[in-house]
Write a protein that binds this ligand. Structure first.
Ligand SMILES: O=P(O)(O)OC[C@H]1O[C@H](OP(=O)(O)OP(=O)(O)O)[C@H](O)[C@@H]1O
Ligand SMILES: O=c1cc[nH]c(=O)[nH]1
Ligand SMILES: [Mg+2]
Length: 207
């Protein structure tokens, strides 16, 4: 499985702002949006382009656009903080939604929302979730997508744990990961260490 770690200095700086326990919700959301821009930029580096002639005020030249606009899938709640920024970067993308809450005792994802196109065959899909921890939520989401025919899935995660990366790899699902960091480990409560805490709570407040 392809795991791309975006370690650009600006990505590291935004991630540090998100990690810092002193960062308030507004600054956390702003840093997440800026980091999402960088991760999406890197994740679309090899996207297929269509070429068509355009006219500048001076001459005719080749113009480019995405040949196959993707589906963006934020995983609620925390992934919602990445959705607008990714959509601004790819305005022609469609958006679907998955809602999951991890049971903090069993660490299993509990689904509560699924709003996706029925047929995803031939369509690139970008799943937006800041956190890949045990990997349970991401595996659940990608299974839903592959059941609809998706075969080209990219997980955009600001942070990943080695355990989650391993679980995705062992799942055999057609996915690659783009992240700003693969951290050290999970702690006994299933939180990424050093991590940044609960991403959804830091964006929107504790539930
Ligand atoms: O890899 P996993 O162990 O499954 O954990 C990762 C999941 O946990 C967080 O969501 P959470 O369940 O806290 O929901 P929230 O976004 O509403 O806070 C995060 O945004 C992922 O979806
Ligand atoms: O560290 C973690 C693990 C799961 N979900 C989070 O929001 N943070
Ligand atoms: Mg949460």
């Amino acid at each position: 499985m392809d795991v791309r770690v975006v370690d650009h200095p600006l990505a590291k700086a935004r991630l540090s702002t998100m990690r810092d326990a002193r960062t308030n919700s507004a600054a956390f959301r702003a840093a997440l949006q800026e980091l999402t821009l960088m991760l999406m930029y890197e994740a679309t580096r090899d996207a297929e382009v269509a070429v068509e002639p355009i006219h500048t005020p001076v001459a005719r030249t080749d113009g480019y656009r995405l040949a196959n606009p993707p589906l963006l899938v934020p995983v609620l709640r925390a992934g919602l903080g990445m959705a607008d920024q990714a959509h601004r970067l790819i305005p022609e993308a469609q958006m679907g939604f998955v809602g999951l809450a991890r049971d903090e005792t069993t660490l299993q994802p509990t689904p509560y929302l699924e709003s996706l196109p029925a047929d995803l065959s031939g369509r690139p899909v970008f799943v937006l979730d800041p956190m890949l921890a045990t990997g349970g939520s991401m595996v659940h989401t990608i299974r839903i997508l592959t059941e609809r025919g998706a075969s080209d899935v990219t997980a955009i995660c600001t942070l990943a744990a080695p355990e989650g990366v391993r679980k995705l790899e062992e799942s055999g699902l057609p996915v690659r990961v783009v992240t700003a960091s693969v951290d050290e480990r999970l702690n006994e409560s299933g939180y990424i260490v050093p991590g940044l805490g609960d991403a959804g709570d830091r964006e929107y407040g504790a539930v």
